[in-house]
Design a protein around this ligand. Structure first.
Ligand code: MN
Length: 498
Protein backbone atom coordinates (compact mmCIF):
# COMPACT_ATOMS: atom_id res chain seq x y z
CA UNK A 1 0.00 0.00 0.00
CA UNK A 2 1.29 3.42 -0.91
CA UNK A 3 1.22 5.54 2.21
CA UNK A 4 2.99 8.67 1.09
CA UNK A 5 1.68 10.52 -1.94
CA UNK A 6 3.72 13.11 -3.82
CA UNK A 7 2.09 16.11 -2.25
CA UNK A 8 3.38 19.66 -2.66
CA UNK A 9 2.92 22.83 -0.69
CA UNK A 10 2.52 26.22 -2.32
CA UNK A 11 4.45 29.25 -1.09
CA UNK A 12 2.48 32.45 -1.67
CA UNK A 13 3.92 35.87 -0.93
CA UNK A 14 1.57 38.74 -0.26
CA UNK A 15 2.50 42.24 -1.40
CA UNK A 16 1.13 45.26 -3.28
CA UNK A 17 2.31 47.60 -6.06
CA UNK A 18 2.53 50.75 -3.93
CA UNK A 19 6.33 50.64 -3.69
CA UNK A 20 7.14 50.19 -7.36
CA UNK A 21 8.61 47.57 -9.68
CA UNK A 22 12.02 47.48 -8.03
CA UNK A 23 10.52 46.52 -4.70
CA UNK A 24 8.30 43.82 -6.23
CA UNK A 25 11.30 42.40 -8.05
CA UNK A 26 13.14 42.11 -4.75
CA UNK A 27 10.11 40.55 -3.07
CA UNK A 28 9.87 37.84 -5.74
CA UNK A 29 13.60 37.26 -5.59
CA UNK A 30 13.62 36.88 -1.80
CA UNK A 31 10.77 34.36 -1.91
CA UNK A 32 12.58 32.42 -4.61
CA UNK A 33 15.72 32.25 -2.44
CA UNK A 34 13.69 31.03 0.55
CA UNK A 35 11.92 28.31 -1.41
CA UNK A 36 15.12 27.14 -3.10
CA UNK A 37 17.00 26.94 0.16
CA UNK A 38 14.12 25.10 1.84
CA UNK A 39 13.85 22.55 -0.93
CA UNK A 40 17.57 21.86 -0.66
CA UNK A 41 17.60 21.72 3.14
CA UNK A 42 16.38 18.14 3.52
CA UNK A 43 14.20 19.31 6.43
CA UNK A 44 10.89 19.26 4.59
CA UNK A 45 9.05 16.03 3.82
CA UNK A 46 7.37 17.55 0.76
CA UNK A 47 8.36 19.88 -2.07
CA UNK A 48 7.55 23.57 -1.78
CA UNK A 49 6.40 25.35 -4.92
CA UNK A 50 6.91 29.09 -5.37
CA UNK A 51 3.90 30.98 -6.72
CA UNK A 52 3.99 34.45 -8.31
CA UNK A 53 3.68 37.29 -5.78
CA UNK A 54 0.04 37.96 -4.91
CA UNK A 55 -0.81 41.64 -5.27
CA UNK A 56 -4.40 41.89 -6.50
CA UNK A 57 -7.78 40.50 -5.48
CA UNK A 58 -8.07 38.67 -8.81
CA UNK A 59 -4.70 36.92 -8.60
CA UNK A 60 -5.22 35.98 -4.95
CA UNK A 61 -8.64 34.50 -5.67
CA UNK A 62 -7.42 32.66 -8.75
CA UNK A 63 -4.33 31.23 -7.02
CA UNK A 64 -6.23 29.98 -3.98
CA UNK A 65 -8.85 28.34 -6.19
CA UNK A 66 -6.12 26.68 -8.22
CA UNK A 67 -4.74 25.32 -4.95
CA UNK A 68 -8.19 23.88 -4.20
CA UNK A 69 -8.36 22.19 -7.58
CA UNK A 70 -4.80 20.85 -7.71
CA UNK A 71 -4.91 17.36 -6.21
CA UNK A 72 -1.17 17.41 -5.51
CA UNK A 73 -1.39 20.60 -3.44
CA UNK A 74 -1.79 19.77 0.26
CA UNK A 75 -1.70 23.30 1.58
CA UNK A 76 -0.62 26.90 1.16
CA UNK A 77 2.03 28.84 3.09
CA UNK A 78 1.43 32.60 3.10
CA UNK A 79 3.89 35.31 4.04
CA UNK A 80 3.35 39.03 3.56
CA UNK A 81 6.75 40.43 2.63
CA UNK A 82 5.39 43.96 2.42
CA UNK A 83 1.98 45.20 3.39
CA UNK A 84 -0.76 43.30 1.55
CA UNK A 85 -4.11 45.01 2.18
CA UNK A 86 -6.15 42.16 3.59
CA UNK A 87 -9.50 43.06 2.04
CA UNK A 88 -7.87 41.84 -1.18
CA UNK A 89 -7.77 38.38 0.39
CA UNK A 90 -11.38 38.07 1.55
CA UNK A 91 -12.91 36.43 -1.53
CA UNK A 92 -9.96 34.13 -2.09
CA UNK A 93 -9.88 33.03 1.53
CA UNK A 94 -13.65 32.50 1.57
CA UNK A 95 -13.25 30.02 -1.25
CA UNK A 96 -10.04 28.37 -0.07
CA UNK A 97 -10.55 24.94 1.49
CA UNK A 98 -7.12 23.44 2.21
CA UNK A 99 -4.69 23.67 5.15
CA UNK A 100 -3.21 27.11 5.64
CA UNK A 101 0.04 28.14 7.30
CA UNK A 102 0.90 31.72 8.04
CA UNK A 103 4.66 32.17 8.09
CA UNK A 104 5.56 35.31 9.98
CA UNK A 105 9.14 35.95 8.99
CA UNK A 106 11.39 38.57 7.42
CA UNK A 107 13.98 38.13 4.69
CA UNK A 108 16.64 40.01 6.66
CA UNK A 109 17.66 38.49 9.93
CA UNK A 110 19.21 41.61 11.40
CA UNK A 111 18.34 45.30 11.10
CA UNK A 112 21.03 46.71 8.72
CA UNK A 113 21.94 49.48 11.14
CA UNK A 114 24.38 51.33 8.90
CA UNK A 115 22.34 51.39 5.72
CA UNK A 116 18.70 51.20 6.73
CA UNK A 117 16.54 53.84 5.01
CA UNK A 118 12.86 54.22 4.13
CA UNK A 119 13.16 52.06 1.02
CA UNK A 120 14.36 49.19 3.19
CA UNK A 121 11.57 49.85 5.68
CA UNK A 122 8.92 49.74 2.95
CA UNK A 123 10.33 46.60 1.42
CA UNK A 124 10.61 44.68 4.68
CA UNK A 125 7.44 45.35 6.59
CA UNK A 126 6.01 41.92 7.37
CA UNK A 127 6.06 43.07 11.02
CA UNK A 128 2.91 45.02 10.21
CA UNK A 129 1.93 43.40 6.88
CA UNK A 130 1.52 40.00 8.51
CA UNK A 131 -0.53 41.54 11.30
CA UNK A 132 -2.96 43.02 8.76
CA UNK A 133 -3.22 39.61 7.13
CA UNK A 134 -3.59 37.74 10.41
CA UNK A 135 -6.40 40.10 11.36
CA UNK A 136 -8.60 39.18 8.42
CA UNK A 137 -7.97 35.43 8.83
CA UNK A 138 -8.99 35.69 12.49
CA UNK A 139 -12.00 37.85 11.66
CA UNK A 140 -13.09 35.29 9.07
CA UNK A 141 -12.69 32.50 11.64
CA UNK A 142 -10.40 30.48 9.39
CA UNK A 143 -8.31 27.76 11.00
CA UNK A 144 -4.60 28.18 10.30
CA UNK A 145 -1.19 27.55 11.80
CA UNK A 146 1.01 30.52 12.61
CA UNK A 147 4.78 29.97 12.64
CA UNK A 148 6.98 32.87 13.74
CA UNK A 149 10.74 33.27 13.29
CA UNK A 150 13.62 33.62 10.89
CA UNK A 151 12.98 31.48 7.79
CA UNK A 152 16.53 30.12 7.63
CA UNK A 153 16.45 28.96 11.26
CA UNK A 154 16.10 25.19 11.53
CA UNK A 155 13.69 25.37 14.46
CA UNK A 156 11.34 27.41 12.29
CA UNK A 157 11.82 25.07 9.35
CA UNK A 158 11.08 22.04 11.50
CA UNK A 159 7.86 23.61 12.74
CA UNK A 160 6.73 24.06 9.16
CA UNK A 161 7.83 20.54 8.24
CA UNK A 162 5.84 19.13 11.17
CA UNK A 163 2.79 21.15 10.14
CA UNK A 164 3.09 19.68 6.65
CA UNK A 165 2.49 16.26 8.17
CA UNK A 166 -0.54 17.60 10.01
CA UNK A 167 -1.79 19.03 6.71
CA UNK A 168 -1.49 15.57 5.15
CA UNK A 169 -3.71 14.23 7.95
CA UNK A 170 -6.22 16.96 7.15
CA UNK A 171 -6.35 16.56 3.36
CA UNK A 172 -6.16 12.77 3.49
CA UNK A 173 -8.92 12.47 6.09
CA UNK A 174 -11.58 12.77 3.41
CA UNK A 175 -9.99 9.84 1.58
CA UNK A 176 -10.23 7.44 4.53
CA UNK A 177 -12.65 4.58 3.95
CA UNK A 178 -13.22 2.16 6.81
CA UNK A 179 -14.49 -1.37 6.20
CA UNK A 180 -16.50 -2.87 9.03
CA UNK A 181 -16.66 -6.63 8.79
CA UNK A 182 -18.82 -6.80 11.88
CA UNK A 183 -20.93 -4.47 13.98
CA UNK A 184 -19.78 -3.07 17.30
CA UNK A 185 -19.44 -5.45 20.20
CA UNK A 186 -22.80 -5.90 21.87
CA UNK A 187 -23.57 -3.57 24.78
CA UNK A 188 -20.30 -1.64 24.48
CA UNK A 189 -20.86 2.13 24.51
CA UNK A 190 -17.57 3.85 23.74
CA UNK A 191 -16.93 2.10 20.42
CA UNK A 192 -20.26 3.37 19.07
CA UNK A 193 -20.69 6.59 17.18
CA UNK A 194 -22.48 8.58 14.52
CA UNK A 195 -21.06 7.51 11.17
CA UNK A 196 -22.94 10.19 9.26
CA UNK A 197 -21.48 12.86 11.51
CA UNK A 198 -18.02 11.28 11.08
CA UNK A 199 -18.38 11.69 7.33
CA UNK A 200 -19.54 15.29 7.74
CA UNK A 201 -16.73 16.17 10.11
CA UNK A 202 -13.80 14.02 8.95
CA UNK A 203 -14.85 12.90 5.49
CA UNK A 204 -14.62 9.23 6.50
CA UNK A 205 -16.73 6.66 4.70
CA UNK A 206 -17.61 3.84 7.08
CA UNK A 207 -19.25 0.82 5.44
CA UNK A 208 -20.25 -2.61 6.64
CA UNK A 209 -19.64 -5.91 4.85
CA UNK A 210 -20.90 -9.36 5.81
CA UNK A 211 -18.03 -11.27 7.38
CA UNK A 212 -18.51 -14.21 5.05
CA UNK A 213 -17.92 -12.02 2.01
CA UNK A 214 -14.40 -11.32 3.20
CA UNK A 215 -14.07 -14.93 4.40
CA UNK A 216 -14.73 -16.00 0.79
CA UNK A 217 -11.91 -13.73 -0.37
CA UNK A 218 -9.68 -15.45 2.19
CA UNK A 219 -10.71 -18.93 1.03
CA UNK A 220 -9.92 -17.91 -2.55
CA UNK A 221 -6.23 -17.34 -1.74
CA UNK A 222 -4.22 -20.20 -3.21
CA UNK A 223 -2.14 -22.58 -1.16
CA UNK A 224 1.01 -21.61 -3.04
CA UNK A 225 0.53 -17.89 -2.36
CA UNK A 226 -0.14 -18.72 1.27
CA UNK A 227 2.98 -20.86 1.56
CA UNK A 228 5.18 -18.13 0.09
CA UNK A 229 3.97 -15.75 2.79
CA UNK A 230 4.43 -18.38 5.51
CA UNK A 231 8.05 -18.72 4.40
CA UNK A 232 8.42 -14.95 4.64
CA UNK A 233 7.08 -15.10 8.22
CA UNK A 234 9.48 -17.90 9.10
CA UNK A 235 12.40 -15.88 7.71
CA UNK A 236 11.44 -12.69 9.44
CA UNK A 237 10.19 -13.77 12.86
CA UNK A 238 11.33 -16.13 15.60
CA UNK A 239 9.16 -19.20 15.84
CA UNK A 240 8.17 -20.12 19.39
CA UNK A 241 6.61 -23.57 19.22
CA UNK A 242 6.15 -23.83 22.99
CA UNK A 243 5.62 -27.57 22.82
CA UNK A 244 3.50 -27.63 19.67
CA UNK A 245 4.21 -29.91 16.74
CA UNK A 246 6.03 -27.92 14.05
CA UNK A 247 3.69 -29.08 11.27
CA UNK A 248 0.61 -28.25 13.31
CA UNK A 249 2.08 -24.86 14.29
CA UNK A 250 2.80 -24.10 10.64
CA UNK A 251 -0.83 -24.85 9.72
CA UNK A 252 -2.04 -22.32 12.25
CA UNK A 253 0.38 -19.74 10.91
CA UNK A 254 -0.76 -20.50 7.36
CA UNK A 255 -4.34 -19.63 8.35
CA UNK A 256 -3.17 -16.13 9.26
CA UNK A 257 -1.10 -15.82 6.08
CA UNK A 258 -4.18 -16.69 4.05
CA UNK A 259 -6.21 -14.13 6.01
CA UNK A 260 -3.57 -11.45 5.44
CA UNK A 261 -3.59 -12.00 1.69
CA UNK A 262 -7.37 -12.38 1.44
CA UNK A 263 -8.09 -9.31 3.54
CA UNK A 264 -5.53 -7.21 1.69
CA UNK A 265 -6.91 -8.17 -1.71
CA UNK A 266 -10.47 -7.52 -0.58
CA UNK A 267 -9.54 -4.12 0.88
CA UNK A 268 -7.57 -3.11 -2.19
CA UNK A 269 -10.25 -4.24 -4.62
CA UNK A 270 -12.90 -2.26 -2.76
CA UNK A 271 -10.62 0.68 -1.96
CA UNK A 272 -10.63 0.66 1.84
CA UNK A 273 -7.68 1.81 3.94
CA UNK A 274 -8.91 0.76 7.37
CA UNK A 275 -10.70 -2.26 8.74
CA UNK A 276 -12.50 -3.35 11.87
CA UNK A 277 -13.13 -6.89 13.01
CA UNK A 278 -14.99 -8.39 15.96
CA UNK A 279 -14.12 -11.64 17.73
CA UNK A 280 -17.84 -12.32 18.16
CA UNK A 281 -18.61 -12.35 14.44
CA UNK A 282 -16.07 -14.44 12.58
CA UNK A 283 -18.31 -16.37 10.19
CA UNK A 284 -16.29 -18.87 8.19
CA UNK A 285 -12.92 -17.48 9.31
CA UNK A 286 -10.94 -20.22 11.06
CA UNK A 287 -9.13 -17.89 13.46
CA UNK A 288 -9.58 -14.41 14.82
CA UNK A 289 -7.33 -12.35 12.53
CA UNK A 290 -4.23 -11.71 14.64
CA UNK A 291 -0.90 -11.91 12.88
CA UNK A 292 -2.75 -10.96 9.68
CA UNK A 293 -4.13 -7.74 11.15
CA UNK A 294 -0.78 -6.92 12.77
CA UNK A 295 0.89 -7.12 9.38
CA UNK A 296 -1.80 -5.08 7.66
CA UNK A 297 -1.43 -2.35 10.28
CA UNK A 298 2.31 -2.34 9.68
CA UNK A 299 1.62 -1.81 5.98
CA UNK A 300 -0.40 1.30 6.85
CA UNK A 301 -3.97 0.11 7.25
CA UNK A 302 -6.03 1.53 10.07
CA UNK A 303 -7.47 -1.02 12.48
CA UNK A 304 -10.00 -1.12 15.28
CA UNK A 305 -11.11 -4.17 17.24
CA UNK A 306 -14.66 -5.11 18.26
CA UNK A 307 -16.15 -2.89 15.60
CA UNK A 308 -14.28 0.19 16.77
CA UNK A 309 -14.28 2.16 13.50
CA UNK A 310 -13.29 5.43 15.20
CA UNK A 311 -9.98 3.94 16.31
CA UNK A 312 -9.50 2.38 12.86
CA UNK A 313 -9.92 5.82 11.27
CA UNK A 314 -7.55 7.47 13.76
CA UNK A 315 -4.85 4.81 13.33
CA UNK A 316 -5.06 5.32 9.57
CA UNK A 317 -4.81 9.13 9.91
CA UNK A 318 -1.81 8.90 12.23
CA UNK A 319 -0.09 6.39 9.93
CA UNK A 320 -0.57 8.80 7.03
CA UNK A 321 0.80 11.72 9.04
CA UNK A 322 3.95 9.80 10.01
CA UNK A 323 4.47 8.06 6.65
CA UNK A 324 8.03 8.20 5.36
CA UNK A 325 9.40 9.75 8.56
CA UNK A 326 13.06 9.04 9.08
CA UNK A 327 13.56 7.11 12.31
CA UNK A 328 9.83 6.63 12.84
CA UNK A 329 9.13 4.53 15.95
CA UNK A 330 5.65 3.37 15.13
CA UNK A 331 1.88 3.80 15.37
CA UNK A 332 -0.67 1.25 16.55
CA UNK A 333 -4.05 0.59 18.04
CA UNK A 334 -3.62 -0.20 21.73
CA UNK A 335 -5.83 -0.98 24.68
CA UNK A 336 -5.41 -0.05 28.32
CA UNK A 337 -5.25 -3.55 29.71
CA UNK A 338 -3.93 -3.84 33.23
CA UNK A 339 -2.13 -1.69 35.79
CA UNK A 340 1.03 -1.65 37.80
CA UNK A 341 0.06 0.28 40.91
CA UNK A 342 3.30 -0.02 42.87
CA UNK A 343 4.16 3.45 44.20
CA UNK A 344 6.74 5.14 42.00
CA UNK A 345 6.38 2.49 39.29
CA UNK A 346 2.81 3.16 38.23
CA UNK A 347 1.91 2.47 34.66
CA UNK A 348 -0.55 0.93 32.23
CA UNK A 349 0.21 -2.30 30.42
CA UNK A 350 -0.98 -1.86 26.86
CA UNK A 351 -2.01 -4.85 24.78
CA UNK A 352 -4.94 -6.41 23.00
CA UNK A 353 -6.07 -9.95 22.57
CA UNK A 354 -3.82 -10.07 19.47
CA UNK A 355 -3.79 -7.02 17.28
CA UNK A 356 -0.84 -4.71 18.04
CA UNK A 357 1.15 -3.19 15.17
CA UNK A 358 4.75 -4.47 14.97
CA UNK A 359 5.91 -0.98 13.89
CA UNK A 360 6.15 -0.15 17.61
CA UNK A 361 8.22 -3.25 18.43
CA UNK A 362 11.61 -3.06 20.09
CA UNK A 363 13.89 -6.00 19.52
CA UNK A 364 12.98 -9.41 18.17
CA UNK A 365 9.46 -10.30 17.09
CA UNK A 366 8.25 -13.84 17.51
CA UNK A 367 5.25 -15.85 16.42
CA UNK A 368 3.29 -17.68 19.05
CA UNK A 369 0.22 -19.81 18.71
CA UNK A 370 -1.92 -19.92 21.82
CA UNK A 371 -5.51 -20.63 22.74
CA UNK A 372 -7.84 -17.64 22.81
CA UNK A 373 -10.98 -17.91 24.87
CA UNK A 374 -12.63 -15.12 22.86
CA UNK A 375 -14.05 -15.88 19.45
CA UNK A 376 -14.68 -19.58 19.67
CA UNK A 377 -12.24 -20.50 16.88
CA UNK A 378 -8.96 -22.42 16.63
CA UNK A 379 -5.84 -21.06 18.37
CA UNK A 380 -4.70 -17.99 16.45
CA UNK A 381 -1.09 -17.24 15.54
CA UNK A 382 0.10 -13.81 16.60
CA UNK A 383 3.23 -11.65 16.68
CA UNK A 384 4.63 -11.14 20.16
CA UNK A 385 7.06 -8.40 21.18
CA UNK A 386 7.62 -5.56 23.61
CA UNK A 387 7.69 -1.93 22.53
CA UNK A 388 10.12 0.95 22.36
CA UNK A 389 10.90 3.37 25.14
CA UNK A 390 10.28 7.08 24.78
CA UNK A 391 7.53 9.67 24.58
CA UNK A 392 4.34 9.10 22.64
CA UNK A 393 0.72 10.15 22.48
CA UNK A 394 -2.40 8.11 23.10
CA UNK A 395 -5.50 9.48 21.38
CA UNK A 396 -9.14 8.63 21.79
CA UNK A 397 -11.90 9.94 19.55
CA UNK A 398 -15.23 9.71 21.34
CA UNK A 399 -18.79 10.52 20.37
CA UNK A 400 -20.56 12.46 23.12
CA UNK A 401 -23.97 12.12 21.49
CA UNK A 402 -24.11 15.60 20.01
CA UNK A 403 -20.46 15.95 18.98
CA UNK A 404 -17.01 14.38 18.84
CA UNK A 405 -14.16 15.00 21.26
CA UNK A 406 -10.53 14.03 20.74
CA UNK A 407 -8.47 13.23 23.84
CA UNK A 408 -4.71 13.42 23.55
CA UNK A 409 -2.58 12.13 26.42
CA UNK A 410 1.19 12.47 26.32
CA UNK A 411 2.67 9.27 27.73
CA UNK A 412 6.11 7.98 28.60
CA UNK A 413 6.75 4.47 27.33
CA UNK A 414 9.02 2.32 29.44
CA UNK A 415 10.21 -1.21 29.80
CA UNK A 416 8.45 -3.36 32.35
CA UNK A 417 10.72 -4.49 35.15
CA UNK A 418 10.69 -8.16 34.31
CA UNK A 419 9.91 -10.33 31.31
CA UNK A 420 6.39 -11.78 31.11
CA UNK A 421 7.09 -15.21 29.59
CA UNK A 422 3.54 -16.50 29.94
CA UNK A 423 1.92 -13.54 28.20
CA UNK A 424 1.26 -14.54 24.56
CA UNK A 425 0.58 -11.02 23.19
CA UNK A 426 2.55 -7.95 22.20
CA UNK A 427 2.69 -5.21 24.80
CA UNK A 428 3.67 -1.66 25.50
CA UNK A 429 3.89 -0.05 28.93
CA UNK A 430 3.52 3.60 29.74
CA UNK A 431 2.97 6.15 32.44
CA UNK A 432 0.58 8.90 31.39
CA UNK A 433 1.52 12.52 31.98
CA UNK A 434 1.40 14.37 34.31
CA UNK A 435 1.41 11.30 36.57
CA UNK A 436 -0.50 8.04 36.63
CA UNK A 437 -3.32 9.12 38.96
CA UNK A 438 -3.95 12.56 37.44
CA UNK A 439 -3.65 11.23 33.89
CA UNK A 440 -6.11 8.42 34.42
CA UNK A 441 -8.51 10.66 36.38
CA UNK A 442 -8.51 13.26 33.60
CA UNK A 443 -8.95 10.57 30.94
CA UNK A 444 -11.98 9.16 32.74
CA UNK A 445 -13.48 12.60 33.39
CA UNK A 446 -13.18 13.41 29.69
CA UNK A 447 -14.88 10.13 28.75
CA UNK A 448 -11.88 8.59 26.99
CA UNK A 449 -12.08 5.05 25.65
CA UNK A 450 -10.09 1.93 26.52
CA UNK A 451 -8.99 1.60 22.89
CA UNK A 452 -6.51 4.20 21.68
CA UNK A 453 -4.67 5.19 18.55
CA UNK A 454 -1.08 5.53 19.73
CA UNK A 455 2.01 6.97 18.07
CA UNK A 456 5.60 7.74 19.01
CA UNK A 457 5.96 9.93 15.93
CA UNK A 458 3.08 12.40 16.12
CA UNK A 459 2.86 15.22 18.66
CA UNK A 460 -0.09 16.35 20.74
CA UNK A 461 0.15 19.71 18.99
CA UNK A 462 -0.28 18.05 15.61
CA UNK A 463 -3.37 16.17 16.74
CA UNK A 464 -4.78 19.35 18.26
CA UNK A 465 -4.29 21.15 14.95
CA UNK A 466 -5.89 18.24 13.12
CA UNK A 467 -8.91 18.34 15.45
CA UNK A 468 -9.21 22.11 15.01
CA UNK A 469 -9.20 21.69 11.24
CA UNK A 470 -11.98 19.10 11.60
CA UNK A 471 -13.96 21.52 13.77
CA UNK A 472 -13.99 19.29 16.86
CA UNK A 473 -12.84 19.73 20.44
CA UNK A 474 -9.42 18.46 21.49
CA UNK A 475 -8.51 18.07 25.15
CA UNK A 476 -4.91 17.56 26.20
CA UNK A 477 -3.65 15.63 29.18
CA UNK A 478 0.02 16.43 29.74
CA UNK A 479 2.45 17.89 32.26
CA UNK A 480 0.38 21.09 32.42
CA UNK A 481 -2.77 19.23 33.45
CA UNK A 482 -4.31 19.67 36.86
CA UNK A 483 -7.78 18.43 37.61
CA UNK A 484 -9.56 21.69 38.56
CA UNK A 485 -8.34 23.42 35.38
CA UNK A 486 -9.06 20.34 33.32
CA UNK A 487 -12.67 20.29 34.55
CA UNK A 488 -12.99 23.93 33.55
CA UNK A 489 -11.62 23.10 30.10
CA UNK A 490 -14.28 20.42 29.71
CA UNK A 491 -16.99 22.85 30.87
CA UNK A 492 -15.77 25.42 28.36
CA UNK A 493 -15.76 22.80 25.62
CA UNK A 494 -19.35 21.93 26.42
CA UNK A 495 -20.32 25.53 25.72
CA UNK A 496 -18.13 26.16 22.68
CA UNK A 497 -18.76 22.89 20.85
CA UNK A 498 -22.49 22.54 21.55
MN1 MN B 1 -10.67 -4.37 22.75
Amino acid sequence: MKLQKKYKFWFCTGSQDLYGEECLKNVANHSRIIVEQWNQSGVFPFEIVLKPTLITNEVIRKTLNEANMDETCAGVIVWCHTFSPAKSWILGLQEYRKPLLHLHTQFNEEIPYDTIDMDFMNENQSAHGDREWGHIVTRMGIERKVVVGYWSNQVVQKKIATWMRTAIGIVESSHVRVMRVADNMRNVAVTEGDKVEAQLKFGWEVDAYPVNEIAEAVAAVSESDTNVLVEEYYDKYEILLEGREESEFRKHVAVQAQIELGFERFLEEKNYQAIVTHFGDLGALKQLPGLAIQRLMEKGYGFGAEGDWKVAGMVRIMKLMSAGMKEAKGTSMLEDYTYNLVAGKEGILQAHMLEICPSIADGPISIKCQPLSMGNREDPARLVFTSKEGMGIATSLIDLGNRFRLLVNTVECKKVEKPMPKLPVATAFWTPQPDFATGAEAWILAGGAHHTAFSYDITAEQMGDWAAAMGIEAVFIDNNTNIPNFKQDLMLGNVVFK
